[in-house]
Design a protein around this ligand. Structure first.
Ligand SMILES: C[S@@+](CC[C@H](N)C(=O)[O-])C[C@H]1O[C@@H](n2cnc3c(N)ncnc32)[C@H](O)[C@@H]1O
Length: 468
């Protein structure tokens, strides 16, 4: 390739660099930063797609890229943030995209030069060595033989080693390597349609056995159709839709961790399909999320749902107004805890997770909070009612271990685990096929745990606890 050709910096790379620098500066999600950049909108669709691939990929593998770059930088701590980000982009192309070395190195040098002219020579030397070392780094050459498979798996997925270890402990070697294999691939898109919609616009996708769900829809056609803006559909991973469906029961429901209300919407949609009469309280810590939830529910014409903002660690305090209105401590037929979690089942869609999450958060702080929320929630379940616990994590510490700790405590002694696939709604007409989708991921104990894989949906956990 001629010098003139390789030394012209591709606009997609410089847009990716600007988005990464800004997302790091502002602590914002890189996808949103890039989507909002006027420069990115001027790119044609192919270049915009490439810029996004670089920005998401570098974010998802940041620590692995730094580990490799630092091995060849004489004084890693002296490298400015902008130059380091430019080096990461070139290293990502070399290690994970398989871009021809001469192109990735020369474009990387130009990218670095665009930030600091004086650093171009250093970039050239470092990136050539990274190009030579990439295959050995992924294969974990030089690592002790007994650790090599684990280290290689973590590096190929661009994950921190502690997370690779936690995944193997949680999912076994096969499950962890399935997740790792899919980690840098795009996740498929699914929607749940508002039951008031008679004819769904042409957005691609197939009915997949779950009422209201369309799997494998086409992103640009979905956005162009306007059905999201009209609250005629919500985007939701198919496994999350199965969990929301399992939690949909007749009677009263308290949803803890309702967020912006994707599951609130889906539960209302499935209840309408199953013919269930319901009254629903959707609670979240953040007032702003409650407002967004309420606005979408109004647009969707979904009724008998009240949003409440407050900290569910003090559930009696948050529900005081509702208790006051009823002149008693209100118990619910269903309490659904959609718990704050590490999001490790959804890392393909949220590339910030692996390198922003700490081992302490995922393995200690979040499980403590989850157990506390479950204990509080259990005190609001009617006799014969159900307590449903869900996360979008694949870590045992946040899932089975929380359920076991709960069942071992005094509050848990009033509950027993029942299979998620046997939830009442799966016995309703039209829903039986969905039980089969659940059973593919159900343990002998009846706990649901899906694991991301290429072409497959995300990692979600659900436990169904029935009050005895
Ligand atoms: C997994 S997210 C919920 C996703 C949401 N259910 C949906 O389907 O869009 C967990 C939610 O729990 C909320 N949360 C975190 N700590 C909380 C607390 N102490 N009390 C109540 N909500 C909390 C977070 O604000 C977040 O929206």
């Amino acid at each position: 390739m001629g010098d003139a050709l390789v030394s012209r910096l591709a606009p997609a790379r410089s847009v990716a660099l600007a988005a990464l620098v800004e997302s790091e500066r502002a602590g914002a999600y890189v996808r949103e930063v890039l989507d909002g950049m006027p420069r990115a909108r001027k790119l044609d669709a192919r270049d915009r797609g490439f810029a996004m691939r670089l920005a998401l990929g570098v974010t998802a593998t940041t620590g692995a890229l730094d580990e490799l770059l630092d091995a060849y930088l004489a004084r890693p701590q002296k490298v400015s943030a902008r130059v380091r980000t430019a080096l990461r982009i070139a290293a990502f192309e070399l290690v994970y995209l398989g871009t021809a070395a001469e192109v990735a190195v020369s474009q990387g040098v130009e990218l670095v030069r665009s930030q600091a002219k004086s650093a171009a020579g250093l970039a050239n030397a470092v990136l050539r060595r990274v190009a030579d070392a990439a295959a050995g780094y992924l294969a974990a050459d030089g690592v002790d033989a007994d650790r090599r498979p684990l280290v290689s798996m973590a590096r190929r997925a661009g994950l921190p080693l502690w997370l690779g270890e936690a995944l193997v402990r949680s999912l076994g070697a096969e499950g962890a390597s399935q997740l790792a294999h899919a980690q840098l691939m795009a996740a498929p898109l699914a929607v749940q349609v508002n039951p008031r919609v008679r004819t769904t616009p042409a957005i691609g996708g197939d009915p997949c056995g779950l009422p209201g769900a369309l799997a494998g829809v086409d992103g640009p056609r979905l956005v162009a159709s306007g059905i999201l803006d009209a609250a005629d559909a919500v985007v939701s991973d198919l496994n999350a839709q199965l969990v929301a469906t399992a939690a949909t029961r007749p009677g009263t429901c308290l949803e803890i961790g309702a967020g912006r209300g994707t599951k609130t919407f889906m539960m209302a949609a499935q209840a309408a399909r199953a013919g269930y009469a319901r009254d629903h309280v959707a609670l979240d810590l953040h007032e702003r999320k409650c407002t967004l939830n309420r606005e979408r529910l109004e647009l969707a014409a979904m009724e008998r749902i009240e949003t409440v903002a407050g900290d569910a660690r003090d559930l009696d305090g948050v529900l005081a107004a509702i208790d006051g209105r009823a002149s008693e401590r209100v118990l619910f037929d269903t309490v659904f805890v959609d718990a704050p979690c590490s999001g490790t089942g959804t890392m393909r869609r949220h590339p910030e997770i692996p390198w922003r999450l700490s081992a302490r958060e995922a393995l200690r702080d979040l499980p403590e909070l989850q157990l506390e929320l479950l204990r509080q929630a259990s005190g609001r379940v009617q006799s014969d009612g159900e307590l449903i616990y869900a996360t979008c994590s694949v870590l045992e510490a946040e899932n089975d271990a929380v359920i076991d700790a709960f069942l071992a405590g005094p509050e848990g002694s009033r509950f027993c685990v029942r299979p998620v696939s046997d939830a009442a709604i799966f016995h309703e007409e039209g829903f039986q096929g969905a039980a089969a989708l659940i059973r593919r991921w159900e343990s002998e104990r009846g706990l649901f745990q899906s694991v991301p894989a290429p072409q497959a949906y995300d990692g979600h956990f659900c436990a169904r606890l029935v009050r005895i």
